[in-house]
Design a protein around this ligand. Structure first.
Ligand SMILES: [Zn+2]
Length: 246
């Protein structure tokens, strides 16, 4: 592992992940991580756990450490817990792959954030609650305003829809699986309420995703894989991807 000035807590956590997965954690830098505003990302590699940091997004140290713990945990669920990943035939467009990756991220993040919370890291970054307040305000202006808001993170309309739906699922996940402060819980609940009321077209899909998540135990490898498969089918995105174990 490249040595950084991490806290003992993070170093210990990363070492545990390296031990349990038998893979070294390495860091790279890249400014283009698919969706704007992302500070760090996990990149699949059969031998290593690669964490890509976005140098354009310097953050408060605690938040950066949380992001790194989060990304490393994507490797942990793949190699230690046996969660599945995507495989594509030759010639599949990268735009499609990135959309499939969003579906993976939606489901995996519910598990990953829970694991890091259990290991003493905050389940969400410092920006989550202020952003959610803004999203509640925007939602009350209706679907057009919502679409414009999420458009600032991606130019791709399909991805914009997935992004909107993912915001509901993340919030739903926190309410269903996590220990939260009362004030945070109430705000997150409020977001799910306004989303349902003001984004009916998107809520329709979000509710179907929730149905899939309730049916499958996503904290197990089989349940996670099945849930991702069903969500890809729901969005008619399952045609060119195979779900395989690492
Ligand atoms: Zn993630």
């Amino acid at each position: 592992m490249t040595s950084f000035d991490f806290s003992p807590k993070l170093n210990e956590y990363l070492e545990k992940i390296q031990d349990e997965t038998g893979r070294e954690i390495t860091f790279q830098e890249n400014t283009n991580l698919g969706i704007k505003g992302i500070a760090a990302a996990y990149q699949y590699n059969p031998q290593k756990l690669i964490i890509i940091l976005n140098p354009e997004y310097p953050r408060a140290m605690e938040d950066m450490e949380r992001s790194i713990a989060h990304e490393a945990t994507h490797g942990y669920i793949l190699y230690k817990l046996g969660f599945c990943r995507s495989r594509y035939p030759e010639g599949v467009p990268s735009e499609y792959k990135q959309d499939v990756q969003i579906i993976f991220t939606i489901v995996e993040d519910l598990v990953v954030n829970k694991i890091i919370q259990d290991n003493g890291f905050p389940p969400f970054g410092q920006e989550y609650i202020p952003t959610l307040r803004e999203e509640i305000r925007v939602a009350r202006e209706g679907e057009k305003a919502g679409e414009a808001f999420y458009h600032q993170f991606t130019d791709n309309l399909h991805r914009e829809a997935l992004l909107m739906i993912s915001r509901y699922i993340i919030a739903w996940g926190f309410l269903n699986y996590y220990k939260l402060e009362v004030a945070d819980r109430n705000l997150i609940k409020e977001f799910t309420r306004v989303f349902k009321d003001y984004y009916p077209d998107y809520y329709l899909y979000a509710a179907k995703v929730v149905e899939v998540l309730e049916k499958n135990n996503i904290f197990t490898s089989d349940g996670e894989c099945q849930a991702i498969y069903e969500i890809l089918k729901l969005f008619k995105m399952d045609e060119h991807v195979k779900l395989v174990n690492a």
